[in-house]
Write a protein that binds this ligand. Structure first.
Ligand code: CUO
Length: 686
């Protein structure tokens, strides 16, 4: 077991040499000379020089033949690393393959120690994370948070000077958390900045990153990429991010995000991240307002693409949607049907190595990120790296992310709009009626939800290289909501016990002009809040469900899990459960911010569908399936047979213009409001 734990230590303080003390207890790796990087080889005095007393010595074995690292080492130690750049993807795939191919955890530890100070630290951490999450002998482990390992990516660069001072001057016991200023990236002059709390939320960025860690796009080992309905999940998880973003925009008196679909038009929104890349020792590049993307020619990363490529891939994608089939490399037509179509298109769009035809359909989504991330220096004449749009761990921070993904989502809708509409027979659950819905917080009036601000602390000691040891906390501000309960009355007139799937969505009532929505538009803004199986006795049933039980979310403690203090005992079942659960929408972002005063008007929708049409028969015990809506379940099928987003994933049947007309007896909806209170509470640190 300790070999596994030691692997995690290798991720900490990524810039320090491997033999420096690790973890809270100052674990010390004894590294055989052959594994040391050239810089420290033959200098035993360095290894024996300790700043602090160490707790435990770990002997690294040196009994296997070492792999050839020439491909992983072709990315410079100081370069930025992007999973959108094809060359970087190939390099990462090679390192993942090396880590996946090792016979035992001990061998993995030896090779990881050997690789750690030789390859790029961002690349190393990514590849070892993917390997840990996918190897049968390590996948029960919990990887450290990228925000703790690379805090420079997540918070104002100005706080690091203060943090360094605090840890150098103040003894551990009396250190105080350093306050990360709220909304530091722009002023009120920039309307987009009203969304800072969403785009720059650390938990949200962690969720998005963890999703992409669980669903890598490239690896020779096919099983890592080929997961049940991954293409569809790519579409759905990102569609829901856009829907949620649009609701937040409404809460802030902004209209829906505009698709970035004219690639020659300037991008109105600028973004100045004010972050340092501690690895590259550079500030993250900014993008001034009204920058255009240009043809890319960056030899270092072997990037040579024209905007015309984006046009070509776009029209091939749209053509496929309109024809209803895609073409594989041998020229076979593969139909985009109701069940598999969206999944095939998701793989093509993302584009992952299981894309049906990467040559023909290219890499539309990924290269969109790349084009925008290099808009400030398309031909590398200023020797600037990519902006945050090019980094999956923090891409959500930039308003252009949402403009791009609104476009991506619109592409998927080209397909979804063409699917046969659900008939009332398909939607209804005969004999089952949702007769009443009420939602309420513990203290507030019915059908009023509440949000406020909260301050929480993150421990940065794992990510601060070359500073004294010990805890150091940063205090950041994020949105939070008051827990609430759904009370749903469901009448069962079948005369028999019945099973159903309860599907709960929230949407905006009125559009940006204050007009009630048409179903056509509103369906794209319905955000999933929860989905769970219920059993219904004959007669009236009261279903009570807590907001904290949502199948979308993980609790705050898990989003910001502290692997030292919260970690259950080694090799226990709880450990397994604790671990893979790192993926999930953060509970503190379950509902939109709302508005102060009278609040933001929403509609809450509940449907009970027939479980026999939804069920997937599989064993979920111990699989950590409690945030499956966006993350799926590891090594299992997606636990709902319906299309993701059902019943809002398609246009409505003839004659339905409004949500009210869409409802069959097993559905219902009520108006509700979200009130934001502009107060800040502090979370107690355990
Ligand atoms: Cu998650 Cu574009 O796919 O960022």
């Amino acid at each position: 077991m300790s070999a596994k734990r030691n692997l995690l230590f290798l991720m900490e303080r990524p810039l320090e040499p491997v033999f420096m003390e690790k973890g809270k207890k100052n674990v010390k790796f004894d590294v055989p000379p052959r594994l040391l990087s050239d810089r420290y080889k033959g200098r035993p005095e360095v290894q024996d020089r300790f700043g602090e007393p160490f707790g435990e010595r770990v002997t690294i074995r040196d009994n296997i033949s070492l792999p050839n690292l020439s491909v992983p080492m072709s990315l410079g130690r100081d370069e930025q690393f992007s999973l959108f750049i094809p060359r970087h993807k190939r390099i990462a795939g090679a390192l993942i393959d090396i880590f996946m191919g090792l016979r035992s955890v001990d061998d993995l530890l030896t090779v990881a120690v050997y690789a750690r100070d030789r390859v790029n630290p961002l690349l190393f951490n990514y590849a070892i994370s993917v390997a840990i999450l996918h190897r049968p002998d390590t996948k029960d482990m919990n990887i450290p948070l990228v925000s703790e390992l690379f805090p420079g990516k997540f918070m104002d660069s100005q706080v690091f000077r203060q943090i360094r001072e605090e840890v150098s001057v103040v003894p551990q016991e009396s250190r105080v958390p350093i306050l990360i200023p709220t909304d530091y990236t722009a002023s009120d002059l920039e309307p987009e900045h009203r969304l800072w709390y969403f785009r720059e939320d650390i938990g949200l960025n962690l969720h998005h990153w963890h999703w992409h860690l669980v669903y890598p796009t490239d690896a020779n080992n096919d099983a890592i990429v080929r997961k049940d309905r991954r293409g569809e999940l790519f579409y759905y998880m990102h569609q829901q991010i856009i829907a949620r973003y649009n609701l937040e925009r409404f809460c802030n008196e902004l209209s829906r995000v505009k698709r970035f679909n004219n690639f020659r038009e300037p991008i109105q929104e600028g973004y100045f991240p004010k972050l340092d890349s501690l690895v590259a020792s550079r500030a993250w590049p900014a993008r001034p307002a009204n920058t255009r993307i240009s043809d890319l020619s960056r030899d270092l990363d072997q990037i040579r693409y024209d905007i015309n490529d984006l046009d070509r891939w776009t029209s091939r994608f749209v053509q496929a949607c309109h024809q209803g089939w895609v073409e594989d490399p041998s020229g076979n037509r593969i139909r985009l049907d109701e069940t598999r179509g969206i999944d095939i298109l998701g793989d093509i769009m993302e584009s992952s190595s299981i894309s049906i035809n990467r040559d023909l359909y290219g890499n539309l989504h990924g290269m969109g990120h790349v084009f925008i991330s290099y808009a400030h220096d398309p031909d590398n004449r200023h020797l600037e790296s990519f902006g945050v749009m090019g980094d999956l761990t923090i891409t959500l921070r930039d308003p252009s992310f949402f403009r791009w993904h609104a476009f991506v989502d619109d592409m998927f809708q080209e397909h979804k709009q063409r699917l046969p509409q659900y008939t009332t027979r398909q939607l209804d659950y005969p004999g089952i009626q949702v007769t009443n819905i009420q939602v309420r917080t513990d203290r507030g009036p019915p059908n009023v939800l509440q949000t406020f601000w909260q301050q929480s602390d993150v421990d940065l000691s794992r990510g601060l290289d070359f500073v004294p040891r010990g805890n150091v906390f940063a205090r950041f501000t994020h949105l939070q909501n008051a827990d609430f309960t759904y009370n749903i009355n469901v009448n069962n007139t079948t005369g028999r016990p019945a099973m159903g799937t309860c599907r709960i969505f929230l949407g905006p009532r009125n559009d940006e002009r204050g007009q009630p929505f048409l179903f056509r538009d509103q369906r794209l803004l319905m955000i999933e809040l929860d989905k769970f199986t219920i059993s219904l006795n004959p007669g009236d049933n009261l279903i009570r469900r807590r907001s904290t039980d949502s199948s979308l979310t993980i609790p705050f403690e898990r989003t910001f899990r502290d692997i030292d203090t919260n970690r259950p005992g080694d090799n226990t079942q709880e450990l397994e459960a604790f671990n893979f659960c790192g993926c999930g929408w953060p509970q503190h972002m379950l509902i939109p911010k709302g508005r102060t005063g009278r609040g933001f008007e929403c509609v809450l929708f509940v449907m009970v569908s027939n479980y026999n049409d939804d069920r997937i028969d599989q064993d979920l015990v111990g699989t950590c399936s409690d945030a499956s809506a966006f993350c799926g379940v590891r090594d299992r099928l997606y636990p709902d047979r319906r299309s993701m987003g059902y019943p809002f994933d398609r246009l409505a049947r003839q004659g339905v213009d409004r949500l009210q007309q869409f409802l069959t007896p097993n559905m219902n909806s009520i108006p509700c409001t979200i009130v934001h209170e502009d107060r800040t509470v502090q979370r107690r640190r355990p």
